[in-house]
Design a protein around this ligand. Structure first.
Ligand SMILES: Cc1ncc(COP(=O)(O)O)c(C=O)c1O
Length: 323
């Protein structure tokens, strides 16, 4: 069984645990995450998975990507291509995608239903719902019952997707048909995309380094039913540190994007005097991300924001689709 994985895709790793026992599980882990998150890698190996940094030299697509982008630290799009190739070429293997697709959002809607039940029990109405968005699954799941009410005209909610400034698919991408993977072996999806050949910089929130966005979230964004913002990783880690010191919970870098935006929105309320109930999704723990925290604490973290030229270059390679 194969899966792609990012910083991230921790949900995937957990859901794969039954496969780890007794089945040959092969994981293509984005190279930058493989290096930045050695303990996440070791957890998977402990459960029996073999973990290969992607892009690797073990697949045709990995070799092609390495030749095209020498020294690349990979992306979720590359890992997807390699995992699909490995699954197709080895009898008995299956490929599992941990984000983006509708069924993953459906699974994650449990989070939204539980959140809604908890708010209803407390008699609290959410005004603003915030989540980090990589492939879009946690946010899609969190907002699903609320969007249902919004679409039926039963209640209104302000929904905010938060993405890294280094990989801004909603805020700077194009709404177009694109490949879901860098090797262009997966079907096309209509989504906000930076282009499947976009190579994000080595941001520490590896789970948010995906060139596209779930088709459901893309459509909601396109219809103006959801907002989006992007944040720089140094600002994200400032928020993560404040959250850890205030709440005693060490958040994952991905989740900390939502925390950053939540703090910013709360500060705006403080300034305007407006009272708002803000709900945000805390998607994971940061205990496997201590290399990133160390870099931040040592003042060695920097931000890379792609130029318009970088984005235009990968968007120029979008597939030409009629209609
Ligand atoms: C902790 C954590 N949060 C969020 C995400 C973002 O993924 P998605 O946008 O699919 O929810 C990831 C992805 O790997 C993750 O590991």
């Amino acid at each position: 069984m194969t899966t792609e994985t990012g910083a991230g895709q921790w949900g995937t790793a957990l859901s794969m645990s039954t496969a780890f026992f007794g089945l040959d599980c092969q994981v293509y882990m984005v190279k930058v995450s493989y290096e930045q998150k050695p303990f996440r890698r070791e957890v998977m190996r402990t459960y029996g998975a073999s973990v290969t940094p992607s892009p690797s030299m073990t697949t045709d697509i990995g070799r092609k990507i390495n030749a095209e982008f020498p020294g690349t630290t990979g992306s979720l799009g590359c890992a997807i291509s390699e995992a699909v190739e490995a699954a197709v070429k080895q009898p008995g293997y299956r490929y599992v995608l941990g984000s983006v697709l509708n069924q993953v959002l459906l699974h994650q809607s449990v989070i939204g239903l539980e959140t809604k039940a908890a708010l209803d029990k407390l008699g609290v109405k959410a005004d603003l719902i915030i989540g980090c968005a990589g492939g879009g699954s946690n946010l899609g799941g969190l907002i699903s019952p609320f969007v249902g009410e919004k679409l039926r005209g039963e209640a209104d909610y302000d929904i905010l997707a938060v993405e890294p400034a280094s990989c801004p698919s909603l805020t700077r991408g194009k709404y177009a048909y694109d490949f879901c993977d860098t090797g262009r072996v997966c079907p096309l999806a209509k989504m906000y995309t930076l282009g499947s050949s976009f190579m994000p910089s080595a941001n520490h929130a590896g789970g948010l380094r995906y060139h596209g966005m779930s088709t459901i979230l893309s459509e909601l964004y396109d219809q103006g039913l959801m907002r989006a913002t992007s944040v720089e990783q140094t600002k994200v880690f400032e928020a993560a540190k404040l959250f850890a010191q205030t709440e005693g919970i060490l958040p994952a870098p991905e989740s900390s994007h939502a925390i950053r935006a939540t703090i910013d929105e709360a500060l705006k309320c403080k300034e305007s005097g407006q009272a708002k109930n803000i709900v945000f999704g805390l998607t994971g723990t940061g205990y496997f991300d201590m290399v990133a925290y160390q870099k931040f604490n040592d003042g060695e973290m920097s931000d890379y924001i792609p130029t318009d030229e970088d984005i235009a270059k990968s968007l120029a390679q979008l597939p030409q689709v009629q209609g």
